[in-house]
Design a protein around this ligand. Structure first.
Ligand code: ATP
Ligand code: F6P
Ligand code: MG
Length: 483
């Protein structure tokens, strides 16, 4: 059989009408090379565990929607896939050892598995803030209402704990109308409070049958557990995750929503740091940006600003004193330019900062380690260094910590559009009966990815790739390798 196989079953029988299994893979001849086997990630579907009698496929109401005129190609088939990897080296061992992982393409299906009149939706936001959370909520509400005619839509208040602690808020398009212009989350969010039994009991008691979970990596791990418990209880409930994280630390998808807005906001802090540094004798502008365990915001803000002399991220260890260290580099930069700008991600240098045992063990309510302020520590180390080595020369460090200013803002236009597409993709997938999945762009096209896969994969800065080399070429900063 030529075609696409799912990882669970090496040779899936191809069936164009089946919403839920492998898809058709034509042999594609390319310059004499044959792409014969593509591995299609199996997407959980309600039909996997519920009896057929409980589920009735029905035509998509978009068919009758006066604003849509579904034509050939409008509906996505189970044979429409997005390839995970699109860059290949055609030399060497091609094609036998080349992984060609594929995901189902996101979008409306011809048949749906929910009667819109009986749909009861729960939307929840968890974890830290991120630009665009309100846009996703707004677009879920408006999309469910306008595209599918769903009327029972509820916001679960204050994160996971809201499933068992408070009454959900009923939402309508009129109510959420201007939410995309507001930062934060109108539904409120929180960390911790994940009690699986109580959450799933809450879902059952309130009769929710579609659950949209907006959150970061921790939230996605929680969503996997909810999905598995729902499946274990054989509930007719579809669970989907919409990845949110200003840190951009969620894997597989191209980027997370709100990230671009945060990078844009960071420019203001970097500009201010440059102005302060330039206007002082031996001036250093120091900016701390978010990024708990990943330095994406710091990296992108550095590349887009071009005013940064040194970018410090958690993925790349650094040191202060000695040959090849930060002080030696800054000494040179101050001598050559008279000023320098440093961008440091909050998770960088944590192993260098002295701390008490209590500080080492401190965790937030979700169990994430609480970091010490790398910016404050660096400022004080810089001052000590200068006072020791250049006691008679002027020196200024201006430390700017825009932490919450870069995330507690409304999404920019690009992120707003992105949030809309994410929300609508999620709705189409859920209405089609898929569950335990995440929607997101892979190589620019929207795909459905199994939740557990997203929950497992972390997106870290690859300090071996061209982007990091580009940062280094822009800043000429050292590699921080001790010799
Ligand atoms: N491994 C896990 N299993 C179940 N629930 C989890 C897990 N990790 C975190 N959670 C729950 O998910 C919610 C959000 O987690 P967390 O505070 O880590 O934020 P996040 O989703 O990672 O977002 P961000 O880090 O971008 O702010 C919390 O309610 C937390 O209890
Ligand atoms: O202070 P809070 O709300 O716990 O959030 C801080 C954390 O949230 C994030 O914005 C997202 O994970 C991190 O960059 C940061 O460490
Ligand atoms: Mg997180």
């Amino acid at each position: 059989m030529a075609g696409i196989s799912s990882p669970e079953t090496a040779n899936v029988t191809i069936n164009k009408d089946n919403n839920n299994s492998g898809a058709v893979g034509e042999e594609v001849a390319a310059e004499g090379l044959s792409f014969s086997a593509v591995t299609l990630r199996k997407l959980p579907h309600l039909t996997d565990y519920l009896p057929k009698s409980d589920l009735q496929a029905r035509p998509n109401p978009l068919e009758r929607n006066e604003f849509f005129h579904p034509t050939e190609g409008f509906y996505i088939l189970s044979s429409d896939v997005i390839l995970r990897q699109i860059v290949y080296d055609l030399s060497g061992t091609f094609p036998s050892t080349f992984p060609r992982l594929a995901y189902h393409r996101a979008g409306p299906r011809r048949d749906i598995y929910f009667d819109p009149a009986n749909v009861r939706v729960a939307i929840v936001t968890c974890g830290g803030l991120c630009p665009g959370m309100n846009t996703v909520i707004r677009e879920l509400v408006v999309g469910l209402w306008e595209l599918y005619g769903v009327r029972e839509i509820y916001g679960v208040v204050s994160g996971y704990r809201g499933f068992y602690t408070s009454e959900p808020k009923q939402l309508s398009p009129k109510m959420v109308h201007g939410w995309h212009k507001r930062g934060g989350t109108v539904l409120e969010t929180s960390r911790g409070g994940f009690d699986l039994k109580k959450i799933v009991d809450g879902i059952q008691q309130r009769g929710f049958n579609q659950v949209y979970i907006i959150g970061g990596d921790g939230t996605m791990r929680g969503a996997v557990e909810i999905f598995e418990e729902v499946r274990r209880r054989k509930l007719n409930v579809s669970v989907t995750g919409i990845p949110k994280t200003v840190d951009n630390d969620v894997g597989i998808i191209d980027r997370s929503f709100g990230f671009q807005t945060a990078v844009e906001m960071a420019q203001q802090a970097i500009n201010a740091a440059r102005v302060e540094a330039e206007s002082a004798v031996n001036g250093i502008g120091l900016v701390k940006l978010m990024g708990r365990s990943t330095g994406h915001i710091a990296l992108y803000a550095t590349l887009s600003s071009r005013d940064v002399d040194c970018c410090l991220i958690p993925e790349n260890d650094f040191f202060l004193e000695g040959k090849g260290g930060l002080f030696e580099f800054l000494e040179r930069r101050l001598r050559d330019n008279g000023h320098a700008v440093i961008v440091v991600a909050e998770g960088a240098g944590q192993d260098l900062i002295p701390r008490t045992d209590a500080q080492s063990e401190e965790k937030d309510e979700s169990g994430n380690p609480v970091f010490l302020d790398v910016g404050g520590w660096l400022k004080s180390e810089l001052k000590k260094w200068w006072a020791r080595d250049h006691p008679n020369e002027l020196f200024t460090v201006k430390y700017i910590d825009p932490t919450y200013m870069i995330r507690a803002v409304p999404a920019n236009a690009t992120d707003n559009l992105y949030c809309t597409l994410l929300a609508h993709s999620a709705i189409h997938g859920v209405m089609a009966g898929y569950t335990g999945f995440v929607s997101g762009p892979i190589n620019g096209s929207y795909a459905y990815i199994p939740l557990d896969e997203v929950a497992k994969e972390k997106n870290k800065v690859n300090t071996r790739d061209h982007k990091w080399a580009w940062v280094r070429s822009v800043t000429s900063q050292p590699d921080f390798i001790r010799t």
